[in-house]
Design a protein around this ligand. Structure first.
Ligand SMILES: [Zn+2]
Length: 342
């Protein structure tokens, strides 16, 4: 894709322009792609002889709701990357979202919605689903900070003003990157915060040095200090891919009582202090996500998709010693409360 040029001259990405930036919208039939209102899962995998539901691996569990489950529990993935899923799976739209790879999911749920995260403006092939259960958030990933040109920032500013955008995403500091990028990351964070995003929901990304700071304490503290400068205590924040320690999680709740903490399959790699943080998150501030295609539940799943959100539920419920049915229903309700009206 050619570099993004100045606004007004740049080519409008196909799906994005078609969906709404043009003065006149084309008929609904011309818009691509559109999600089905009622989600249809892709065809089930072939059945193995002697096992009615699973091809290899442990049996699929119905989330502890009893044997004869008539209706699957409903789940919501609060953060994933449709653009990367599409390019890696070769599938489109709902097929990329609900399709499994490698093996079936071990926790059957009905994925009723989620948050599509677009964080690379140069690769944006953005779509705005017509189904209100799918939300769109945009941002510039901190890893892209060294390349955040004036035209890219201007493009982000335009998207921030688009009412179909539910939140500003991947705002933060990624200290798993080389230290030479930290200055530009801090500069980018400051510039986005000055764009007038206060009051919009902010999705935060704050991993630390993988070996020295797995809880991300350093970026968490710097990020919170930056937000405090620009946002009130009423600001809603969604801390995605949460790896925070207990001290940091408590500090966020103290400064921003409307902080939400979002966990994914990496929850099984959390250390003791990080697990304590997860145990301490109030149930009404907990979110679940599938996040990146590479954040698989295990090696049998080459590409992680929202179809595996049930396994995240199970892992989080185990750490918190809560019923999976409770966790799945609370996290879906929390996500809809946070994103439902945007
Ligand atoms: Zn992130």
């Amino acid at each position: 894709m050619p570099p993004v040029g100045p606004v007004g001259k740049e080519p409008i990405p196909k799906a994005f322009g078609v969906a709404g930036l043009q003065a006149k919208s084309p008929p609904a039939s011309a818009r691509t792609p559109i999600y089905a209102t009622t989600l249809q899962a892709p065809p089930p995998p072939p059945k193995a002889p002697g096992n009615p539901t699973v091809q290899g691996g442990p049996a699929i569990k119905p989330l502890g709701l009893g044997g004869a489950v008539k209706q699957l529990p409903q789940a919501f993935s609060s953060h994933f990357h449709l653009d990367r899923l599409e390019s890696q799976t070769g599938r489109k739209d709902i097929g990329a979202i609900l399709g499994t790879t490698g093996r079936p999911t071990r926790m059957l749920v009905k994925v009723v919605g989620g948050v599509l995260n677009y964080c690379d403006p140069q690769q944006h092939n953005m779509i705005f689903p017509v189904d209100s259960m799918w939300k769109v958030v945009v941002g510039i990933h901190p890893k892209k900070a060294p390349n955040a040109s004036a035209s890219i920032l201007d493009r982000l500013q335009a998207l921030i003003c688009d009412p179909r955008v539910s939140a500003i995403s991947e705002l933060g500091l990624d200290f798993s990157c080389p230290p030479k990028t930290f200055k530009s990351q801090e500069g980018l964070l400051d510039r986005i915060l000055r764009m007038g995003v206060s009051g919009r929901m902010l999705v935060l990304h704050m991993p630390g040095d993988t070996d020295l700071d797995p809880g991300g304490t350093q970026p968490s503290r710097l990020g919170r200090a930056a937000l405090k400068k620009h946002c009130s205590r009423h600001q809603q924040v969604h801390i995605h891919c949460c790896q925070l320690t207990l001290t940091e999680a408590v500090a966020w709740r103290k400064v921003f009582p409307h902080a939400y903490f979002s966990y994914n399959a990496s929850v099984s790699r959390l250390g003791d202090d990080q697990r304590k943080a997860l145990e301490g998150v109030p149930l009404n501030q907990l979110l679940l996500e599938t996040d990146s295609p590479h954040l698989s539940p295990d090696q049998e799943v080459p590409i992680n998709t929202p179809a595996y959100i049930g396994e995240v539920v199970a892992r989080v419920a185990e750490v918190r010693q809560e019923a999976v049915a409770l966790v799945i229903s609370a996290t879906k309700d929390n996500a809809l409360r946070l994103y439902g009206h945007r």
